[in-house]
Every structure is written in C-alpha cells, then in structure tokens.
Design a protein around this ligand. Structure first.
Ligand code: FES
Length: 161
C-alpha cells in the first residue's frame, strides 16, 4: 500500500498527465523518483496496477536502468526535500548532520546497508519546511535533533519501512 500523503497526490497527477499510458512508463518512473527520491516495491506495484501492467515488467524496467535508485527490502530510508522552501530553511544543515552522524552520503547507503539517504524535490508541504522523510513519516519543521533521534529509533527498532 502506498501511503496516502502529498507525494501520492503528486504521483497521481503525473499518471493522469500521462493519460495512464503504459508507453509513458519510463517518464512516470522518472517523475516518481523525483517525487519520492527512490523507487520501492510498494511504489512499483502501485504504478503497475494503475497502468494495468504486469508488476514483473515494471520491476524489470526499474532494475534495468542504473539511473533508478531502488530501495532494498528492510532498508530504512531518509529522504530530504531539497526544494526551494526547504533549502531556504536550511535543510542542508540537517542533511549534513545525517551524513556525519551515520557515515552515509546522499544517494548512498551505510556500509551495513541498513540506512539509505535520498533527496527529493518539493513534496508540496512548503509551509512545514524544512521537511525530512524518515521511512514513511514526513517530519515537518524538522530540526537536526528530532531527525537524528528519529533515525536512531528506526535503526534500533530494526523494523523495515
Ligand atoms: S520545498 Fe520542501 S516541501 Fe516544498
């Protein structure tokens, strides 16, 4: 199940703009990655269902192109919004703090593969900037302290996203 949040609304708009055409799959996956920062099983299954395509086809396309960033099952994912409003509210500081604290680079994962750090553009919640998404939880008006604590909790809990 894809979480019902702003990002899902933005993805639905993209699907509609592309007339739900299977020929637009690459463009749709491209935009989906811009919105979410990565592609995961839920997201790919959702796109497959909406476009009435076999999930295996959509998974195949997503894994074929190295451009697409895939979230491995069991990984925890932190995604920073680097849109203008969040940038102005110094989301960069939080991203750097995450990189330093967990020894992870944006676009990459920790050496144990438990945490990945991705970036997205505006998720449509500028009033709450800066926004950081930890697994599926959007943390608005985020501070370094809150975000680092939330990530530690996720890693200690061991639950997957
Ligand atoms: S720029 Fe981050 S939510 Fe709009």
């Amino acid at each position: 199940m894809l979480k019902d949040d702003n990002r899902k609304g933005m993805l639905e708009k993209v699907l509609k703009e592309n007339d739900y055409q299977e020929s637009a799959l690459l463009e749709i996956l491209h935009k989906a990655q811009e919105i979410y920062g990565y592609l995961d099983k839920n997201l790919l299954t959702y796109v497959a269902n909406v476009l009435k395509l076999p999930p295996s086809h959509v998974f195949g396309v997503a894994t074929f192109y190295s451009y697409f960033k895939l979230k491995a099952p069991g990984q925890h994912v932190v995604t920073g919004c680097l849109g203008t409003a969040c940038y102005v509210k110094e989301v960069e500081d939080i991203m750097s703090a995450i990189e330093n604290e967990f020894n992870v680079k944006r676009g990459g994962s920790t050496s144990d593969g438990k945490l990945s750090l991705f970036m997205t553009r505006c998720i449509g919640a500028c009033a709450m900037a800066p926004n950081i998404i930890v697994d599926d939880e959007v943390i608005g008006k985020a501070t370094k302290e809150v975000v680092l604590e939330r990530i530690k909790l996720a890693l200690e809990g061991g639950a997957s996203a």
